[in-house]
Ligand binder design. Structure first.
Ligand SMILES: [Zn+2]
Length: 285
């Protein structure tokens, strides 16, 4: 094929695939524990229906077919099988979706700083003060008709530890879930906003070190951990690609990296579902 023909073909395909002006990008549908279910609400009403999953408000966006779509964050701990969402303002009061199983690997992690694995009483007291602030930030809900869900990677680096891994720290009995995606990079590497948003809060916390929370609207919140430097403050408005801070190794870490959390309906989900396919496959383990 000639270059010109290829370009014409690309433009044609673009025109065919481009949805109506009211539709917008949606994250990838992957209804597994820790994934996202996109459920067609079979409604094209003027205003978006209000949807709840496990008593939590759920994101609703206009899909390519002109129907409202519920974009549901699925907890890592959910049971597989049928689940229902509750809908207000439509004929159907509830709709079901199916969650299929996913096997997450088990990893052993060694942390040299013993205090981070077995915190002292003072450390626990500090954490108990910080925890409500972190939980409140993740719960943020902002009414917003459009939500930016086509993310870029916040750091140029190696995807070093996957979301959802089952982890055992320093041979302890307890299994903890890895609820973010780790991107390894040297201290000082810039961290940028993967999508437009507003800074909810910044802080320095016992486990997550230098931390920033960003609100993208309708319950989509991202969190950036272990920063060596924070370059934003609460209330700052960010465009996609704006600097947030620098990669560090503050808090509970075994090396310099960004621990990146994506939360939807106050549920931590696989960040890769917001990335273009070719970016999310750039991983080493
Ligand atoms: Zn991590």
């Amino acid at each position: 094929m000639t270059k010109v023909f290829k370009r014409i073909l690309a433009v044609c395909l673009f025109l065919v695939i481009t949805p109506s002006i009211f539709a917008q990008d949606l994250p990838h549908h992957n209804p597994v524990p820790g994934g996202i279910a996109i459920v067609d609400l079979q409604s094209n009403s003027d205003s978006a229906p209000e949807v709840y999953f496990e008593e939590r408000r759920v994101m609703v966006l206009k899909g390519n077919n002109g129907h409202w779509q519920a974009v549901i964050g699925i907890p890592l701990t959910i049971k597989t099988g049928k689940h229902t969402i509750k809908i207000k303002q439509t004929d159907k009061a509830q709709l079901a979706f199916n969650v299929t199983g996913k096997k997450y690997e088990l990893r052993h992690i060694t942390i040299d700083n013993k205090r981070m694995v077995s915190p002292t009483q003072a450390d626990i007291e500090r954490h108990m003060k910080e925890k409500p602030l972190i939980l409140a930030a993740l719960k943020t809900w902002t009414e917003q008709s459009e939500v930016p869900t086509a993310f870029i990677l916040p750091v140029q680096g190696r995807l070093s530890s996957q979301f959802g891994l089952r982890r055992i720290y320093n041979k302890q009995d307890r299994i903890r879930r890895h609820t973010g995606l780790d991107i390894a990079a040297i201290v000082g590497t810039p961290i940028v906003a993967p999508a437009a948003g507003r800074v909810i809060r910044t802080g320095d916390y016992f486990f997550t070190g230098g931390t920033v929370f960003v609100d993208h609207g309708q319950g989509l919140v991202t969190m950036y951990c272990h920063l060596s430097k924070t370059e934003v403050k609460a209330g700052d408005i960010l465009k996609q690609g704006d600097r947030i801070g620098e990669v560090g190794m503050t808090g509970r870490v075994s090396g310099a990296h960004l621990h990146w959390v994506v939360s939807l309906n106050n549920t931590k989900v696989e960040p890769k579902l917001f990335l273009a396919e070719q970016v999310s496959q750039r991983t080493t383990q």
